[in-house]
Design a binder for this molecule. Structure first.
Ligand SMILES: Nc1ncnc2c1ncn2[C@@H]1O[C@H](COP(=O)(O)OP(=O)(O)OP(=O)(O)O)[C@@H](O)[C@H]1O
Ligand SMILES: [Mg+2]
Length: 328
């Protein structure tokens, strides 16, 4: 049985993901508020014939932050440069990226909350004044060198906007947060992607996937591809509800759309901590899972569904979570 890591991607999946990425704003379904705000920012930049204001996209993994950033760059007719925050180790690396930008290019920094603070600091003047302040030399002979940059747009993406430092956060004009998708919206995305994958999907199948995808397009796509495989191997023409149910069972995704790790979290809370309250450190140690992953990937959905509640003394299991564990 394979394990579904909610939301996160491995390199192979990233390739497949590219094929299903929305190619236009029309294909980007849902997140209406975010899209409405972005549309105004894009149009305004075009009228002003200058770089779009910097914008921060936040929300759980797999909800479309990277996809939207690509569409923004496209709509602006600009090139997008993609870097991952924690991967930039030295100030000089970021300085090199910044000085290579062409006018009105888009710089997308993923996981911006994990950037090293020393690297982050050179973004402040870059974002505010399109200028790099670089300290050269040490001690008494140290001096600051300034390099002018061409106007650019920074799009930051984060799964934890709360961890951003204030100076960085304040330099973004737009703060847009993504929320989990309702099942009806996911159903539309699934319908579009089933066509891209040449699948004949029964409407009931579509809604079943939508209902069990944790409100996340990336997971809906992942289930959809597994259903396609399942149907192909079974030499069937159409993906019926039963095929979806069987594929979900193989993926170990339950009635509520929870995967094995989600359930493990609930079970550990019940078995080892009598339903809580339990602190994140203790939970992470017992689960043998990184604290950040629990907080960024798993917990937001469990909180959103009211399965876990947060209290000043720690996390507790809700009544519904107790019932869910017992029913299995
Ligand atoms: N609004 C949407 N409409 C259609 N498809 C979407 C939408 N949002 C996301 N997707 C699909 O989900 C996949 C994952 O989205 P994306 O990579 O943009 O998420 P993300 O928020 O950047 O995730 P992460 O935080 O892990 O980087 C995309 O490849 C795309 O196929
Ligand atoms: Mg992304």
């Amino acid at each position: 049985m394979d394990r579904v890591v909610s939301g996160q991607t491995d390199p192979q999946e990233r390739d497949q993901e590219t094929a299903l990425r929305p190619k236009s704003f029309k294909e980007f379904v849902g997140q209406e508020k975010v899209v409405a705000n972005i549309s105004v920012m894009v149009e305004s930049a075009k009228i002003r014939q200058s770089a779009m204001d910097h914008v921060l996209l936040s929300g759980p993994p797999g909800l479309g932050k990277t996809s939207l950033a690509m569409l923004i760059a496209d709509a602006l007719g600009s090139e997008m440069h993609l870097v991952s925050g924690p991967a930039i180790e030295k100030k000089g690396d970021l300085a090199a990226v910044l000085t290579n930008l062409k006018p009105r290019d888009v710089l997308f920094i993923d996981e911006i909350h994990r950037m090293h603070i020393a690297v982050e600091e050179i973004l402040y003047s870059a974002m505010e004044d399109f200028r790099l302040d670089i300290l050269i030399g040490q001690g008494a002979s140290a001096r600051t060198m300034q390099i002018d940059l061409l106007p650019f747009t920074l799009i930051g993406a984060t799964t934890r906007s709360g961890l951003l430092s204030n100076p960085l956060r304040d330099r973004f004009m737009g703060h847009l947060s993504f929320d989990y998708y309702p099942a009806e919206t996911l159903a539309k995305i699934i319908e579009t992607n089933a066509k891209k994958l040449n699948m004949d999907l029964h409407p009931d199948s579509k809604f079943e996937i939508a209902r069990r995808a944790r409100g996340t397009p990336r997971i809906a796509n992942r289930i959809l591809r597994r259903v396609r495989d399942y149907v192909l191997v079974a030499k069937k023409q159409k993906a019926e509800l039963i095929d979806v149910q069987q594929a979900l069972q193989l993926m170990d995704i339950d009635e509520l759309g929870l995967d094995s790790m989600d359930r493990k979290i609930l079970n550990v809370m019940k078995k080892f901590y009598s339903g809580g309250p339990v602190g994140i450190e203790a939970l992470s140690a017992t689960l043998g899972e990184d604290k950040q992953t629990i907080e960024e990937v798993y917990e937001p959905y469990l909180l959103k569904q009211g399965l876990i509640l947060r209290t000043p003394r720690g996390r507790v299991l809700s009544e519904e979570a107790n019932r869910h564990i017992e029913s299995r």
